[in-house]
Design a protein. Structure first.
Length: 246
């Protein structure tokens, strides 16, 4: 039980990688508040987590609204007494060609994938500083290293998440707040699971480990970084991608 007695928030915790992180943290003794974009998806995730009782709750704040995110953090403190771990995981992807890329969609991905991370880091750090420390983990991506051939807004946000992670590790180290990122490769979330077997095989072929990753494998990286096993690790981007990026 690596997180016994710890309190965590996981944004985008209703499905995919985020839900796997929520389960991993709960199984390791933490109390967790998960967030989703809609009450219906929060309710669906909560229905899968009834065995954990009061140790888990769900909310759906607007992650780009600083007051709502401050309220999310305040709820963790009121309900569970503190906030040890903030996981800024919510995100959307993009496949638009540059030639047709609607600038409004570019604004949207900046908001959901980047501004929300800034606001989440700020709200969490304010409380963690007073508490004497904490851990922030942001979800990056393997495309934060090499980019991708369409939907440039997505890698642009993930490069920025890496920059924010490294910078905040430097800024917040003196307050005993560690800041790291996990950079998943292609992971078997709903979207990948819905693809025909042949397409998943085609995606898997160039990956040196020969397969896509499982959400639980990505969640293990979050568990490591959240735990005291990573007590001297900050400013790192931990790739969990089967060496796909190389
Ligand atoms: P998903 O689509 O399965 O889940 C996304 C989560 O984010 C959901 O809980 C959803 O409610 C939340 N969310 C989406 N838009 C939101 C909004 N506007 N406001 C609040 N919450 C919102 O996603 P996933 O594949 O599990 O991805 C999770 C993270 O991992 C993302 O940051 C994504 O960029 C990153 N990632 C995923 C993969 C992959 O292969 N799945 C690879 C690399 C990185």
């Amino acid at each position: 039980m690596l997180l016994e007695g710890k309190v965590a928030i996981v944004t985008g915790g209703t499905r995919g990688i985020g839900l796997a992180v929520v389960k991993k943290f709960l199984d390791n003794g933490a109390s967790v508040i998960l967030t989703g974009s809609r009450q219906a998806t929060v309710d669906k995730a909560m229905a899968e987590l009834t065995e954990y009782g009061d140790r888990v709750m769900g909310m759906c704040p607007d992650l780009c609204d600083a007051a709502q995110v401050a309220d999310l953090v305040e709820t963790a403190v009121k309900k569970y007494g503190k906030l040890d771990i903030m996981v800024n995981n919510a995100g959307i992807s993009a496949r638009d060609s540059l030639y047709e890329y609607d600038p409004d969609n570019f604004d949207k991905i900046l908001d959901v994938n980047l501004k929300s991370v800034f606001i989440g880091c700020q709200a969490a750090a304010r409380v963690m500083k007073v508490q004497g420390g904490g851990v922030i983990i942001n979800t990056s991506s393997m495309v934060s290293i090499y980019g991708q051939p369409a939907g440039c807004g997505y890698p642009a946000t993930k490069f920025a998440v890496n920059g924010m992670t490294k910078s905040l590790a430097r800024e917040l180290g003196r307050d005993h707040i560690r800041v790291n990122a996990v950079a998943p490769g292609v992971t078997r979330t709903d979207m990948v699971a819905a693809l025909p077997k042949e397409i998943v095989e085609r995606i898997s072929a160039p990956i040196p480990l020969g397969r896509v990753g499982e959400p639980e494998e990505v969640a293990d990286a979050f568990l490591f970084l959240a735990s005291d096993m990573a007590s001297y690790v900050t400013g790192e981007m931990l790739s969990v991608d089967g060496a796909a990026q190389t």
